[in-house]
Design a protein around this ligand. Structure first.
Ligand code: ATP
Ligand code: MG
Length: 460
């Protein structure tokens, strides 16, 4: 963190005192609003995207307050490139929608506006009001909480300070004002940024109960930013992890993609495992691993994914899910074969069962589950190359992904090396070379290695 922040503690401009939302019973912690002037931070207009600047200035010119907030401010302060830009304003969603022709109102649980500029989407959120109201108002139409304390809907508007305190982490509650170039900090976010700490605003347990996805967000930011999760924020996670089963599968699917496509997939996987958060996302995978299936393929796939992202390449959700569910598939496939099913029907039965169970946790849209099945099925076809088979396999639209998957299986030691190199060569050589390779094939195509024995577990 740059030195410019060292004097920020003393920069108390406004003596507004605020109390943490949802913290009525436990100790109330006072926060002080602080403003960091332009010469003491590194947020400059030049690192903000043109569309984000356009939205900010149009809102300002129309008489509304508008600030850059969230990851956009946090990542710039950390010297990183923001993934996207979020804006907070006192204009209502309808007013924002009226101002921008290229916008759409989205969300029911949480009404926001997307202003669309080609591929860039600017998310504009109206200041949310005091979260304490949630208890009193739990059945109102604008704010609704479940019997577990989960915030089902939050469309009660408020002022900027209230908006700051209903955000998740202190480092996500920093606002940048494009008019006077100040950074406004309501919850000591700058201190936490400097100390590389993730701290929930308010009482952690209440905040996780309001929205269990915040536990996943803690892991995502800890892995992405290489921050520590501050002890009080960390403490309730293991116990509350099962609350994630109350989250709609479609939302969890989106969160899984965010978790594993930020370029720190392996670190994220380790943290999810450490905090018992993998089980609500991939229950069958966790059961399979606990029963002795290795998770090396998952790790290897995530390492490859991280390397791809570092090179600016994209990651396909179906490849990710094919890897994350592989131990579950192996367990089920082996189980069916042990029960006497022939290999092929055992595979098909296992695929159906694993996907059927998974979609109860996270949805998997059909456009991804189809290709995922194909990757798995092709694993059986890749060793069989005689005659025309190699050509038929290679012309399959999922060949490339299946071949990549095979390389991952080899790299992690699940199968012995050789087949991957063969396919690499087969794609490289010309037709005559391919004929030669096929004629040289012996009948001993690489076989799957014998399954490792389940880990020895102490008798209960
Ligand atoms: P990134 O976009 O890099 O993933 P981000 O912090 O911008 O990170 P978004 O999901 O874009 O995350 O959300 C924008 C901001 O909205 C967050 O910084 C945070 O202030 C607030 N926010 C998002 N999700 C939640 C939540 N579940 N609970 C409370 N506040 C949230
Ligand atoms: Mg964001």
């Amino acid at each position: 963190m740059s030195k410019t922040f060292s004097s920020i503690l003393e920069q108390s401009v406004d003596k507004l005192r605020s109390f943490i939302p949802g913290n009525g019973k436990k100790k109330a912690r006072a926060y002080q609003r602080r403003e960091v002037p332009r010469d003491q931070h590194n947020v400059s207009r030049s690192v903000i995207s043109e569309p984000a600047k356009k939205v900010l200035s149009r809102l300002n010119k129309s008489g509304y307050e508008a600030y850059l907030v969230g990851g956009g401010v946090r990542d710039i302060l950390l010297g990183q490139r923001p993934k996207d830009f979020d804006i907070a304003t006192n204009a209502t969603p309808e007013e924002v929608h009226d101002l921008f022709r290229n916008s759409r109102l989205i969300g029911r649980r949480f009404r926001i506006v997307h202003v669309v500029f080609g591929r860039e989407i600017i998310e504009v959120t109206t200041f949310r009001g005091n979260a304490n109201q949630a208890d009193k108002d739990s059945t109102s139409d604008d704010r609704k909480t479940s019997e577990h304390g989960q915030l089902l809907r939050d469309n009660v508007y408020g002022n900027q300070e209230e908006d700051a305190l209903r955000r998740d982490f202190t480092i996500n509650a920093l606002y940048y004002c494009i008019r006077d170039f100040t950074v406004i900090d309501f919850a000591n976010g700058i201190d936490d940024l400097r100390n590389r700490q993730l701290r929930l605003i308010g009482d952690p347990e209440t905040r996780y109960r309001e929205d269990p996805v915040r536990m996943l967000r803690a892991i995502r930011f800890a892995a992405k930013l290489d921050f520590d999760i501050e002890p009080e924020t960390e403490a309730p996670i293991r116990e509350l992890a099962p609350l994630l089963t109350h989250i709609p599968p479609a939302r969890l699917f989106e969160e899984v993609l965010k978790l594993f496509s930020a370029g720190h997939g392996e670190a994220t996987y380790d943290l999810l495992t450490r905090y018992d958060l993998l089980a609500p996302l991939f229950p069958e995978t966790v059961k399979a691993i606990e029963a002795g299936e290795p998770d090396e393929l998952i790790r290897q796939a995530l390492r490859n994914t991280d390397a791809r992202i570092a090179q600016g390449k994209s990651v396909t959700p179906y490849f990710l899910f094919a890897a994350m569910l592989w131990p579950a598939l192996q367990k089920e496939w082996n189980h069916r074969q042990d029960n006497g099913d022939p290999v092929q029907p055992a595979l098909h039965g296992a695929i159906g069962k694993v996907i059927g169970r998974q979609v109860q946790a996270t949805s998997i849209p059909k456009r991804f589950s189809g290709p995922m099945k194909e990757i798995w099925e092709l694993q059986m076809r890749l060793p069989r190359r005689q005659g025309k088979r190699a050509f038929v396999t290679m012309s399959h639209q999922r060949f490339r992904a299946a071949y990549d998957f095979l390389l991952v299986r080899e790299a992690c030691g699940e199968i012995k090396p050789g087949l991957g190199d063969w396919w690499t060569e087969f794609q490289r050589v010309d037709e005559r070379g391919q004929e030669r390779m096929l004629s040289e094939l012996t009948n001993d195509a690489p076989k799957k290695r014998r399954r490792r024995k389940p880990a020895q577990r102490p008798a209960p």
